[in-house]
Design a protein. Structure first.
Length: 251
């Protein structure tokens, strides 16, 4: 044990380097993580960092708004000054919906694109509000049913929904639907390789994402805000916790 400890301590070395974007401009406040020891440091104002590592340790580089990068420490003990390049995460743009199939006639297609929906024109003229969020039937609440009773009226439908359990089932269903939608949003934007490289089995990816919503609630906050870079930053914090949980379950 002492020999192993000695070898571990004296095999560690100080790894230095510079982090920059794709144009070569230095990046400050990049999180540099030694995945073997969980040690974290930050790049300074000119993008330079210094961290202790042993041969074959994986160094991970994380910054909000940029894709994650990794670099393994060389096993021959020779590690030159590292130059790390981070690439920005492509920003999402709103989808453009084409309601009519193009005919190939520039004049006709231009008029079709320029034309507005008649219903939309009426709504704008009258001043009707646009629907916000999901069109869902609002589950009955106890206070919304009891208060009218105290005032001398009875919400029959609300009372029935509470007694029959319909309101409770609606809430449970909406909660489940939202959870699946948020998991799907992440999976549609983050490759499976991102998770498997971090030690999460492919068949456990959805389970991990759900775990991250509880372990690091800000993950879901960023999902709701459609902030992918924020999601990735918080997922990095949840990954070690989940991997450790997997190891304990396997024992």
């Amino acid at each position: 044990m002492f020999i192993l400890l000695y070898n571990h301590l004296f095999s560690q070395q100080t790894i230095t380097g510079n982090v920059a974007d794709e144009t070569g401009e230095s990046l400050s406040s990049v999180i540099v993580i030694n995945m073997a020891t969980d040690q974290k440091v930050y790049s300074n104002s000119i993008g330079q960092f210094s961290i202790e590592a042993s041969p074959n340790d994986e160094l991970r580089f994380v910054k909000q708004g940029f894709m994650r990068a990794s670099k393994n420490v060389l096993s021959d003990g020779v590690n030159p000054f590292l130059y790390i390049r981070l690439h920005p995460i492509p920003k999402e743009i709103e989808e453009v919906t084409v309601f009519r199939k193009p005919t190939g006639d520039l004049d006709k297609d231009s008029r079709a694109v320029a034309s507005r929906d008649k219903g939309e024109e009426v709504r704008d003229a009258v001043g009707l509000p646009q629907p916000v969020g999901k069109m869902r039937e609002k589950p009955a609440e106890v206070k919304q049913v009891l208060l009218p009773i105290l005032l001398g009226s009875l919400n029959v439908q609300g009372m029935y929904d509470l007694i029959s359990g319909k309101a409770r089932r609606q809430k449970r269903q909406y909660k489940y639907d939202d959870l699946q939608e948020h998991i799907a949003w992440i999976r549609s934007r983050v490759e499976d390789e991102y998770f498997t490289k971090a030690g999460i089995p492919a068949d456990k990816i959805s389970e991990f994402i759900e775990f991250s919503f509880t372990a690091k609630p800000y993950v879901r906050t960023y999902v709701k805000a459609r902030n992918l870079s924020g999601v990735l930053l918080r997922l990095e914090e949840a990954i070690p916790l989940y991997v450790e949980r997997l190891k304990k379950n396997q024992k």
